[in-house]
Design a protein around this ligand. Structure first.
Ligand code: MG
Length: 253
């Protein structure tokens, strides 16, 4: 099932779609409190899709693919290398990625986004999937020059618009073997299976919740494959997670 958040006219609503269907069943309430169908439907083509969730925070994983660590000449961490993006980093699947004058090098990083479904604290890896609502596509947009300059990455990875999410949440994929693919202006630049991640989704949830509570709607960005690269004004970047969908954002200078 696909869970969508959208604007229709002046109303913001949530809905559910079957895979392959273009009809949204409008729901009452949030995804996290057993939402009920209102009985209303609306066509996907008639709505403006929004970021599927508004997380309190995003927990992101650095260098979780060996080939990506190697492309920077860096070692793979022995434990997950985590950093945060704030709620204000999130933009939706129709929003532009805005270039910033403080940086000369802004990069895409296509990633699997894991959406937490219920409060998670001290979760064991074998129980982790009970805490997951579903999966979305994420772009860990990075000011690469500032990431190299700064010891901490609040600027480089936490700026407004640094976390495009969408186009929706898919509840039924295997996150341990999902292809993550990034296209820049239609050309494939990144492609790998999450099976190649150093730390899998369940391990990441156990590791994180040992010290930080994850709330419903929080998002884990699981790390990017090799092939990251620069964005320039007018580019179109698409992050696809097979079985989920395609997150497409234009870049504006
Ligand atoms: Mg990343």
């Amino acid at each position: 099932m696909r869970l969508v958040r959208f604007r229709h006219g002046d109303r913001i609503a949530t809905g559910a779609m079957d895979r392959g269907s273009e009809e949204i069943r409008i729901l009452r309430g949030t995804f996290f409190e057993d939402p009920l169908p209102t009985g209303e439907t609306v066509a996907l083509i008639d709505v403006h899709l929004l970021a599927p969730v508004l997380p309190s925070k995003l927990v992101c994983v650095g260098r979780n693919f060996v080939a990506h660590a190697e492309e920077w000449g860096l070692a793979v961490p022995e434990e997950p290398l985590l950093f945060l993006k704030p709620s204000t980093a999130v933009i939706g699947p129709r929003d532009p990625i805005q270039l910033l004058p403080i940086s000369r090098r802004i990069d895409y990083e296509g990633e699997l986004g894991v959406v937490i479904g219920r409060l998670a604290r001290g979760v064991r890896a074998e129980d982790a999937f009970k805490y997951i609502l579903g999966y979305t596509c994420g772009n860990d947009v990075t000011l690469r020059d500032l990431q190299k300059k700064d010891d901490q990455w609040a600027r480089a990875k936490g700026f407004d618009g640094s976390a495009p999410l969408g186009p929706w949440i898919e509840t039924d994929i295997d996150p341990n073997d999902a292809i993550v693919r990034t296209r820049l202006n239609g050309e494939i630049r990144q492609q790998a299976s999450t099976a190649d991640m150093v730390f899998g989704v369940a391990t990441l949830i156990e590791y994180t919740t040992a010290f930080m509570t994850l709330l419903p709607g929080d998002v884990l960005l699981a790390g990017t494959p090799e092939g990251v690269g620069k964005l320039t004004d007018g580019d179109v970047v698409e992050v696809e997670v097979e079985g989920v969908g395609v997150l497409r954002n234009e870049v504006r200078g």
